[in-house]
Design a protein around this ligand. Sequence first.
Ligand SMILES: [Zn+2]
Length: 622
Amino acid sequence: MNIKTVCPPEAAEPMTFAAAELSGYLGRMLAGEGGELSISLGIKADKEKGLPDWFSVELGPEGGSIVGNNARSVLLGAYDCLRRLGCRFLAPVKGYEAVPAITRQALSLSYEHRASFYHRGVCIEGADSRENVLDFIDWLPKVGYNSFFLQFKSPYIFYARWYEHRGNPLREPEPFTRLDALAWMEEAEGELKRRGLLLHKVGHGWTGEVLGQEAQSWDAAPEPLAEDRRPLAAQVDGQRGLWKGVPANTNLCFHNGEAADAFAALVADYAKENPNVDYLHVWLADEYNNVCECEGCRQTTPSDQYVELLNEIDRRLTAEGLGTKLVFLLYQELLWPPVQARLTNPERFVLMFAPISRTFERSYQVGGDPPHIPPYTRNRIILPTSLDENLAFLRGWQGQFAGDGFVYDYPLGRAHYGDFGYVKIARVISGDVKRLRELGLNGYVSCQELRAGLPNFFPNYVLGRTLMDEKADVNRLLEEYFSAAYGEDWPLAADYLFQLSGLSSTDYVNGKGERRDGETARRMEDARELCLDFAAVLDRHRGPEGWATPFWELLDYHRDYVLKLSRALCRLAQGEAERAGESWAAFRDLICERERELQPWLDVYRVLEVTEKYTGFRPGQL
Ligand SMILES: [Zn+2]
């Protein structure tokens, strides 16, 4: 069939890209049909500013139209229309999609949709190849996302972890430079803009830069702190210097006007030089209980100093005529709302709430009276673990700031390794998104490994689809995803993964609770039994021609992975630290050996880091 897509003259790139995507997919789906199909693409802007993505789709056997409130929305509408026609975008991995053959008569759609939330994004973490990043960007709009966050000024560290094969002793570092990282960042940003996706940048690192240290990672500084910068560093326990040697984790002395001035100048210069950045994140150090204890700083609170700094940056951007949005972070010390200072130009700012210490065993709770915020005690804070306490801090800030805001959360950065089945974490994600409106938040950016795909990308799929439509039912999404990934026997895969999820503990793997824990030990034994029994089901899906679908093959690998990891966890929970370390090493050997063939599905660097640093395996005892 001849597919004709018509864009208005001088259409923006995301629209021409949408046209090409539609022609490509519909061409494959309608390959058996003759004649011509004509689809026009257009924009109908909202009367009001700042509304979420909206699109309308009209499609019949002869063609029709897709209209959006901006060019990106047209692309989102195109992918949504393809989904309704049966396409399934299952993973940020080339080729892992289902594209059905259909007839012309199946083209019958007439609907419009407004995304439930404005901010729908993912933030880069873990260890990533150039292809991982590009494939993820390609996948984002296919499942409803509209934003991507490249951390730091350059995402060098995430590439470096991959190309240096950190954590995998079986692989030699590959040639890779900072210039490569910059070139790939530009390429990735080009791919984002091609799709009209919103670009978030930076975050941590500013404090180190004020101290004259390049801070594009959490690595230790290669150079000692220059003596002329030392007065700008926070004074902790009577000392001013780099916090444990790491610039990105070092706070500043904001009582020293020079520190605030240098900070504001850095942000303003960066915003001026990088007009392609839509949301510029202005965060302080990535550690807590290390803020300045000097007499001057003690007269106020870190949050008051932060708000004054943000106001100064806003004044400079306004003077330069820059419209860049600034994202400020509620996190660690900054969870405590300021006492006196207030943001003078709320339109400039977006609140980002990061409940990093929360549990992932259940979704946000809303309702009832939130507990009181405990008094702030300098460098003696305890991070809130209960969801109630976390939300009390958010309410405190919202009492002072009524502007735009979103949650920055971590189910797919760390917590997911504790859920072997991935269906529990997917349900928690769904529940969280459905409560965002009650929390007064306008979206979600997921701080996560890009390779969070073992056994599948269902949790990431649920997040994107539910942010696009908060009414999306998680059970229907499960059927939609699993039937495409596993074929007609999908209920067998789902039942197995549900049982594995039921035996898993995200809290235990993330270091919450006692390490010696009989209940966890028993559950891990049960998980092993379940995996052993599942071999028979797997065998039935492995024919002489290969696996029934590629996702069954992944389940086979995942079974080996769970067998090894559950044994290590069982021993740790039994209090046998040494044998637990041996079992963990066997787990490490398995995933390091198989990393080359299964690279896009599991972030080996990150799962090893999490299980060592948080779960508490001690391979050093071997
Ligand atoms: Zn100070």
